[in-house]
Write a protein that binds this ligand. Structure first.
Ligand code: GLC
Length: 426
């Protein structure tokens, strides 16, 4: 008799657990700076309160390459989670070509989802696969910016730089003077570590010097005299002018650079818009002292800003596609997009937020962002981009580390890229 009771209780438990498991739990993968991931937690709790769904946040690192790798492992294995994730603009094409993204066209049509509120050119370029299927939407759009110390430029009577010549001259002068009180002080910090951010910085320097990565016919042409000049300049910033710290090529990613500047140890910083909100936060030593402008240009080139940003998509293998779609719509809603702009300083993927009076008042540098947007340069949106990027990262990092001359680095990278593209038939 007793064992019958035990079996009965056991069966009940299995049933209860089984039912509980059936309650929808969406898994949403997001990464970024720690404050960004924390803010997603807040938003997700809001979504849960509005719906009956549970959402588990899969916290990813800051580094885009690592974020991609963790997603690729699940998607290659056709795992049903994560259901929803953010993708870097740099790898949306690869995810689409791998067939990992749920086409959203039918859902858009069925629910009359108003895509016109979003940045249509970006959608056309990134989120419509092969000009046919909608596979993602922009959550926010990034562009490289120059942050500067307003107080120091004013104290030393130096201008907000328009050219690299001006920037370098102010960096050298102010670094020398500031070192008397702060031996850690540097003129300019930027992302030079061997990772995706280096390619973004490279694209900006190359454009500033009049070069390019993709030619008129869409072919990758890294090895050009202007590009060599740009890489030489990047290397010189560290080794010749010594205005950028020696760990630029070993350690400097977004967050390292952001903290270096925020701690009061640099005059100029290259970073994305997210850094502004943190520089202006209560605990920031540089609060109230930071200005933003477009990245300088060099002779023969122009101002430029690498086009970055993060797009949202649903996994083709998700078991909760309806609920996932609801989460996507929530994130693209006016309300949430405005919160992302105000709380994280992001450039929302929705156009209408930029006219919001509160956003205009609280993000005073909207004009600068607009100017930066006009100068954006995209990375090649090809499915094999990750492989190309890894080659570029490796060679350019070796060049700025002083291990190989810039011209050799670009020549060798070009050769490897050509054979990779051949292997991918692109
Ligand atoms: C930012 C950009 C992204 C870029 C990455 C590089 O997250 O939004 O597009 O690839 O930085 O580190």
């Amino acid at each position: 008799m007793r064992w019958l009771v035990v079996v009965f209780i056991g069966l009940c438990l299995v049933l209860i657990i089984g039912c509980a498991k059936k309650e929808t739990e969406l898994v949403f993968a997001v990464g970024g700076a720690p404050n960004e991931v924390d803010y997603w937690e807040t938003l997700i709790r809001e979504f849960e309160a509005r719906t009956n769904y549970k959402v588990k946040l899969l916290r990813q690192p800051t580094d885009t390459d690592q974020r991609r790798q963790t997603l690729v492992i699940s998607l290659k294995a056709k795992k049903s989670n994560p259901d929803v994730f953010l993708m870097d603009v740099a790898w949306v094409a690869q995810f689409a070509a791998s067939g990992w993204l749920l086409p959203l066209d039918e859902l858009v049509k069925r629910d009359n989802f108003d895509m016109s509120a979003l940045f249509t050119p970006v959608i056309r370029q990134v989120d419509i696969y092969k000009g046919e299927n909608i596979i993602a939407f922009p959550v926010y759009i990034d562009c490289g910016l120059l942050y500067y110390r307003k107080d120091l430029l004013a104290r030393y009577r130096e201008p907000v730089p328009e050219t690299w010549e001006e920037a370098l001259s102010s960096a050298e002068k102010i670094q020398k003077a500031e070192r008397k009180n702060n031996p850690q002080f540097y003129g300019f910090v930027w992302q030079g570590a061997q990772y995706e951010g280096l390619v973004c910085n490279l694209v900006e320097f190359i454009t500033a010097f009049g070069g390019r990565i993709v030619d008129e016919k869409g072919a990758i042409t890294l090895n050009r005299p202007e590009n060599v000049k740009a890489v030489q300049f990047m290397k010189d910033l560290i080794h010749t002018y010594k205005v950028s710290p020696p760990n630029t090529f070993t350690e400097m990613k977004e967050e390292e650079v952001r903290m270096f500047f925020e701690n009061g140890n640099a005059l100029f910083e290259r970073n994305w818009p997210y850094a502004w909100k943190l520089h202006e936060s209560e605990q920031s030593p540089v609060k109230g002292k930071v200005g933003i402008t477009v990245l300088p240009k060099a002779e023969g080139g122009r101002h430029s800003a690498a086009l970055g940003g993060w797009h949202i998509g649903i996994s083709r293998y998700s078991d909760n596609q309806e609920q996932a779609w609801e989460l996507v719509r929530f994130i693209l809603s006016y309300d949430v997009q405005k919160k992302l702009a105000l709380n994280l300083g992001w450039n929302p993927g929705r156009k209408d937020i930029y006219d919001d009076p509160e956003v205009k008042q609280k993000i005073p540098h909207v004009g600068v962002l607009k100017r930066a947007f006009q100068n954006t340069v995209a990375r090649p949106p090809v499915p094999s981009y990750t492989q190309l990027s890894e080659i570029i990262q490796k060679y350019v990092n070796s060049a700025i580390a002083g291990k190989i001359p810039p011209s050799t680095a670009l020549q060798q990278a070009q050769k490897q890229i050509e054979s990779t593209l051949k292997a991918y038939n692109e």
